[in-house]
Design a protein around this ligand. Structure first.
Ligand code: ADP
Length: 604
């Protein structure tokens, strides 16, 4: 058995589950994407910060190396700048002070020669420079941050480079080809100093300005004089440059300064580790936040679901309250009281048609029930009269021996009573068959004009016996016969019944008009009488079973109030309908409308 409440609850909860599921999914996905976006932005920020810090670390080392290289170059330059050693005054001073030094006088010619011929002393100077050593403590800058540990100073004016002791057996390559055109130039690179020693290196070239000396050109070989000619110039120098230009390469210092990158790399590794740690923490935080949001969402969904379950049960219980009240009311309906004990004031609109229909059905049921009871009473009542007559007649016959003539008369009375009972029983059976739906139509083409003529001829003797005039009007003789497909026996029964009633409820010297007509594709049969008529309150009820407008008029036992009930059932079975118009004291018109074929309903 299905319960409305359970079904409603299940459907509602199903809908709720779907709605909540979809909403949660959307919220969860949105939150997740927002958190991931945020994580990405922060991760980019961390990466940028790391790259910046890494650059700062690298730049710090590079700047320190470059500063040290420049400082080295400055100091070395000050000490070896050759032009200082080329001042002639120095040579003069040497000559003048020669006597003050041991063997000085022996060197006097040399000093003098140098004073006159600079290059000689310069060459000597250069040769001496090859042995120049600068104390490392003097060249190394106080270690500041990531200062260089390894250095090497070359020059194109001496052959042996100045090297820091830390280089040991390692060496930096010769730099003489480094930036040949530049006076000041440096480059930074990573250099593999030893097999397992990679260093950061700066290569710096510091040069003095170019010196250009102009020396008289060696006299060219005497030109071959042309013999005599006007071509030979008379004045001016001979053609061709008379001077030769000497260009000294600039004095250049090549400083290579390098530092172990371990500390810098360690710092960068630390920075990278910090970044990775922060990234991991960020990921963990994002995952934790997401999990927290998910749990909150689940809790919210669970709470909503629980609240809605309770609410749904309460609402459905409340919403179905009128149905339960209606159910209670229906269960209180009994054969004794067919009224619905139900307060319709607070009735929901949805239940109103049901209650109205139920009320109507209960009324019908009550009427049927009453009719059933009434029918039993009516049948008993209708059968009692002829049965009593029959019994009385038989009692009378049996009271004493009688002549044959009397017996015959009494037997005829018995037959009359039995016929009455038989008629009632026959009609009841007819109605019972109609109720059970076993009375079928036997349809065939029927000439309605001929049929009504037959019916009229059957009842005419009775009508005439009552002094009534019966007129039949079936249309002009030349007109085509009125035909339809229907059950002729039932139609005959209907018309005969109506004619009998027209005779029965007529006045003396009255008349009866039986007419047929075609009407809008149907056949209309009209029985018009000039009788007593029917009171308005009885007009609707005359088709009910056992109903008689004035039972006292028909105490003969022949009219049990079943005729019109059968007529109505037959007409409806044939697909037609019957209407009555009547005026009390003036007569009645029974109008029967039949479709051309029983399948098509009569219009109107
Ligand atoms: P009954 O066998 O008693 O005539 P009917 O079912 O044929 O039963 O008719 C029911 C009642 O309808 C009659 O008792 C009568 O009061 C009323 N009635 C029927 N036909 C006519 C008529 N033509 N004129 C007046 N009253 C009629």
């Amino acid at each position: 058995m299905r319960s409305i409440r359970l079904s409603l609850v299940v459907y509602l909860l199903g809908l709720l589950v779907v709605a909540l599921g979809l909403a949660s999914l959307v919220v969860y996905r949105t939150t997740r994407s927002t958190l991931h976006d945020k994580q990405e932005v922060v991760a980019k920020l961390l990466e940028t910060r790391f790259e910046h810090s890494q650059r700062v670390e690298e730049t710090r080392l590079d700047d320190a190396l470059l500063a040290q290289a420049k400082a080295l170059a400055r100091r070395t330059r000050v000490q070896i700048y050759p032009t200082r050693a080329m001042f002639r005054e120095l040579h003069l001073l040497g000559a003048l002070t020669a006597q003050a030094t041991p063997n000085g006088l022996a060197l006097l010619p040399l000093w003098l020669a140098q004073g006159v011929r600079g290059p000689v002393s310069y060459d000597l100077f250069r040769r001496n420079l090859a042995d120049l050593t600068l104390p490392e403590s003097d060249l190394m800058l106080p270690a500041e941050g990531l200062a260089g540990e390894y250095y090497q100073i070359d020059s194109n004016y001496w052959s042996r480079p100045l090297r820091s002791e830390s280089l040991a057996s390692a060496t930096f390559p010769d730099m003489h080809d480094f930036a040949p055109e530049a006076l000041l130039h440096w480059e930074l690179d990573d250099y593999q100093l030893a097999r397992d020693l990679k260093v950061r290196r700066v290569r710096l070239k510091v040069a003095s300005a170019r010196r250009v000396s102009i020396w008289p050109k060696m006299p060219p070989p005497p030109p071959r004089m042309p013999p005599v000619g006007p071509e030979r110039p008379r004045n001016g120098p001979p053609p061709g440059p008379p001077w030769r230009r000497f260009e000294y390469p600039p004095l250049a210092l090549f400083v290579q300064c390098a530092a172990d990158t371990t500390r810098r790399d360690e710092a960068i590794t630390r920075l990278r580790a910090d970044r990775d740690e922060e990234l991991a923490r960020l990921r963990d935080e994002t995952a934790a936040t997401l999990a927290q949001q998910r749990n909150r969402l689940l809790a919210l969904v669970a709470a909503t679901f629980a609240a809605v379950v309770v609410g749904t049960f309460a609402l459905v219980w409340r919403g179905l309250l009128p149905l339960r009240r209606l159910g209670d009311a229906v269960s209180r309906v009994s054969p004794r009281d067919f009224r619905l004990p139900f307060d319709e004031r607070n009735l929901p609109a949805e239940l109103r048609p049901i209650v109205e229909r139920l009320g109507g059905t209960l009324q019908l049921l009550q009427r049927a029930f009453t009719r059933e009871k009434q029918a039993t009473a009516d049948i008993s009542h209708e059968l009692r009269t002829p049965l009593a007559a029959l019994l009385t007649t038989i009692e009378l016959a049996l009271r004493k021996p009688r002549p044959a003539e009397q017996y015959r008369s009494l037997l005829l009375d018995c037959r009359t009573s039995a016929r009455q009972m038989n008629q009632i029983v026959e009609r009841l059976l007819t109605l019972a068959r109609l109720d059970a739906g076993i009375d079928r139509l036997r349809v065939q083409p029927v000439d309605v004009g001929a049929l009504v003529e037959q019916c009229a001829s059957v009842v005419r003797p009775l009508a005439e016996a009552r002094g009534l005039h019966l007129a039949v009007e079936t249309g002009a003789p030349s007109a085509a016969p009125v035909e339809l497909s229907t059950d002729p026996d039932k139609l005959r029964e209907v018309v005969t019944n109506l004619l009998h009633n027209a005779i029965q409820y007529n006045r003396a010297d009255g008349r009866i008009d039986l007419t047929i007509a075609r009407d809008n594709g149907q056949v209309a049969v009209e029985v018009r009488d000039s009788g007593i008529g029917i009171a308005p309150e009885s007009r609707e009820r005359i088709f009910e079973r056992f109903y008689r407008a004035d039972p006292s008029r028909n105490a003969d036992g022949l009219h049990a109030g079943l005729g019109l009930a059968i007529v109505k059932e037959y007409v409806e079975l044939m697909g037609g309908r019957i209407r009555v118009e009547s005026e009390e004291g003036r007569g009645s018109i029974f109008r029967l409308e039949l479709p051309a074929t029983p399948g098509t309903r009569a219009a109107g």
